[in-house]
Design a protein around this ligand. Structure first.
Ligand code: NAD
Ligand code: MG
Length: 400
């Protein structure tokens, strides 16, 4: 029996994780569930899974949850704040931690779990994008087990040689091919992108996901973050990662070997597959996902991404080339810009403009400590907020 903490239990990945866990109550026990402020959803999950702990980052929400659970006579202990997250991620009784908080907020609790040598099921790519070297060094030092949940990285992991270690070249690997659906705007006329709405950006053709990653998929910043994530997970250089547009989202990524073989993992676009894989590894368990009907599939297409349409992808490649805290700066600027877009303060095409401006104007440093990474994250957020303000007032003036 493995005890699991799910960080970000009320989100898209959190809910899918519980969907898999419920099929295997004899293998996995839910130790802790966490959320930011969705009281109702966490309350329902607590009643169903009876975790030892529930954490709500927001104090008032934690109080509400505590009262609701007490009224019901449930004995789940409710904690709050970032300290609560860290406590349940690093707790002695925990075996596995699903890292499924969205954005930079996931970094500290996930690192706390790494430093206690847990099995980390990593969905929160932003943690690795921000602190790659520090994060991977901690995985080594504390003997944590890092299993990728992001569908592409899980597919790469499955297509890699067993006991992969060292670099790609020593393993006879030529390159990693990350597949990308291209999101909802892959065929939208370029001039129409200025006026697309958050609702349109969040309507992904193949995957149902949280809002932030949906917008990231529409700009393809998500793929850029995944290029960086792949570099750290598989000890690869950016030149060894190629992105291929594959609108069907059936092949989840590929590994090309020196002898010309390309190994890939395919399946339905459903996160329960990589989640079940990471939970059970090296075994296999039922995920609840329907079989892929090969005879129903008419075609599998691949195209090169158009960097004019998706400037965020190029910005991510460039940031990884620059190295140091530049990827933390990229991530922070993107988080601020996406949030402003979701609040309809800026337009869709302003997202890449803001990220680019911040990358040019921020000062990056060698990522030699977590403090430096977090300082540059804050620096980028301040700059991005200023650019958001400038762009908002310009577009208001234009509207008048
Ligand atoms: P989501 O928005 O659906 O859920 C986010 C979760 O994090 C919620 O439980 C929320 O309460 C919690 N949260 C939000 N802000 C927080 C904060 N400041 N502090 C603590 N908790 C906070 O997001 P999602 O789609 O489930 O994505 C989660 C992570 O997984 C992201 O990093 C995303 O890139 C990655 N991921 C998601 C998918 C997917 O299919 N959804 C696929 C691959 C990777
Ligand atoms: Mg992905």
């Amino acid at each position: 029996m493995k005890n699991i903490t799910i960080l970000g239990a009320t989100g898209s990945i959190g809910v899918s994780t519980l969907d898999v866990v419920v099929l295997h109550r004899n293998k996995f026990s839910v130790f802790a569930l966490t959320a930011h402020s969705q009281v109702e959803r966490l309350y329902t999950q607590c009643l169903q899974f009876q975790p030892v702990y529930a954490v709500m980052v927001d104090e008032q929400s934690a109080q509400k949850l505590k009262e609701k659970l007490a009224r019901h006579g449930a004995d789940t202990i409710v904690l709050s704040g970032v300290e609560g997250l860290t406590e349940v991620a690093a707790h002695n009784d925990v075996d596995y931690v699903m890292a499924a908080i969205v954005g930079a907020a996931g970094l500290l609790p996930t690192l706390a779990a790494v430093k206690r040598g847990k099995r980390i099921l990593l969905a929160n790519k932003e943690a690795l994008v921000m602190s790659g070297q520090i994060f991977m060094d901690a995985v080594q030092e504390y003997g944590a087990e890092l299993l990728p949940v992001d569908s592409e990285h899980n597919a790469i992991f499955q297509s890699m040689p067993e006991n992969f270690c060292g670099g790609l070249v020593s393993q006879g690997i030529k390159q990693i091919i990350l597949t990308a659906s291209g999101g909802p705007f892959r065929d939208t006329p370029l001039e129409s992108l200025i006026t697309v709405t958050p609702e349109q950006a969040c309507a992904h053709p193949n995957w149902a996901m949280g809002k932030k990653i949906s917008v990231d998929s529409a700009t393809m910043m998500n793929k850029g973050l995944e290029v960086i994530e792949a570099c750290w997970l598989f000890n690869a250089s950016v030149e060894q990662i190629c992105v291929a547009m594959h609108p069907q989202s059936i092949i989840h990524s590929m590994v090309e070997y020196d002898d010309g073989s390309i190994l890939s993992q395919m399946g339905q676009p459903d996160m329960r597959t990589p989640i079940a894989h990471a939970l059970a590894w090296p075994e296999r368990i039922e995920s609840g996902v329907a079989s892929l009907d090969l005879f129903e599939m008419s075609q599998l297409e691949f195209k090169r991404p158009d960097m004019k349409r998706f400037p965020c992808l190029q910005l991510a490649y460039d940031a990884m080339h620059t190295g140091g805290t530049q990827t933390a700066i990229l991530n922070a600027a993107n988080e601020v810009a996406v949030d402003a877009f979701l609040h309809e303060t800026i337009g869709f095409t302003d997202i890449s403009r803001i990220v680019e401006k911040v990358l040019v104007s921020a000062t990056h440093h060698p990522a030699s400590s977590l403090e430096i990474v977090l300082e540059d994250d804050q620096q980028a957020r301040r700059l991005a907020a200023e650019y958001v303000k400038i762009m908002t007032s310009t577009s208001q003036r234009r509207a008048k």
